[in-house]
Design a protein around this ligand. Structure first.
Ligand code: NAD
Length: 252
């Protein structure tokens, strides 16, 4: 078994982030779970992780998360940038404020967290950065300009970190899931059902899984398994890549 590492996981109160916290903690990693939703404290503590409450649209709070991990555990070895939100509106009506919030949370925060964690990873000569992107890092959908732009940008950050990290033992990878069964998606299913006057099962089948070979939603624990692989010692040669976990969607 591998030496315990220190992991910082953002967006830990729910969905994919919660599953990543539980999976890494169960494998013996020391985890700092970071979220602006205080319900994340109970989630973290029941997994044996620490919790730091932070709004990651704020740069000082991003740096505070890394400082907290260093104070609690003596360093940072693994960073999982996962916190994210969605806002659906066409470009003609997309609110500037929502655009900025999404870019701050989903692109600037991963950059600032990477920057703050970097010297700690460099010092140990070992680091793992996993950026939770999306199938929307590779293809677009109408109505999701900010989300699609942030996720495409996150691939660029991932590749740059991979190039700069190579000589320091730091890898950086992005993962690109299609629809995962989380509150973020459950809200979208409800919205689409209203918009298209369909029931929710019909929305999942006809809209969400239209392009999928495997006709079901992805479970958060399945995404966490991929993260666990990418942060392992065995994945040292795997860097700068964008990993699909998309039910065969992009095979088409
Ligand atoms: P979720 O809504 O279940 O969880 C997101 C978490 O981020 C929540 O705990 C929320 O409190 C936290 N968060 C939101 N704003 C924050 C802020 N300002 N500061 C700190 N924390 C904040 O969502 P999820 O579906 O688990 O999504 C997690 C990531 O996976 C996101 O980046 C999302 O874009 C990505 N993703 C999700 C899917 C999917 O189908 N669910 C698919 C592809 C990619």
């Amino acid at each position: 078994s591998e030496a315990p590492r220190v992991a910082v996981v953002t967006g830990s109160s729910s969905g994919i982030g919660r599953a990543v916290v539980e999976t890494l903690a169960a494998r013996g990693q020391r985890v700092l779970a970071v979220d602006f939703n205080p319900e994340g404290r109970a989630v973290a503590e029941s997994a044996g992780a620490h919790f730091f409450e932070a709004d990651l649209t704020d740069g000082a709070q991003c740096r505070g998360a890394i400082d907290t991990a260093v104070e609690a555990f003596g360093g940072v070895d693994i960073l999982v940038n996962n916190a994210g939100i969605q806002h659906v509106a066409d470009i003609a009506h997309f609110p500037e404020e929502k655009w900025r919030q999404i870019l701050d949370l989903m692109l600037t925060a991963p950059f600032l967290l990477t920057q703050a964690a970097w010297p700690h990873m460099q010092r140990g000569g070992w680091g793992r950065i996993v950026n939770v992107a999306s199938i929307h890092a590779k293809v677009a959908s109408p109505g999701k300009a900010a989300y699609v732009s942030a996720k495409h940008g996150l691939i660029g950050l991932t590749r740059t970190a991979a190039l700069e990290g190579g000589e320091h033992g730091i890898t950086a990878n992005a993962i690109c899931p299609a629809y995962v069964r989380t509150p973020l998606v459950e809200k979208q299913i409800a919205d689409q059902a209203r918009l298209n006057a369909m029931d929710e099962a019909e929305v999942v089948e006809k809209i969400m899984l239209a392009g999928a070979a495997v006709k079901r939603l992805i479970e958060p624990a399945e995404v966490a398994e991929l993260v666990a692989y990418l942060v392992s010692d065995g994945a040292a040669a795997v860097t700068g890549a964008d990993w699909g976990i998309d039910l065969g969607w992009t095979a088409r």
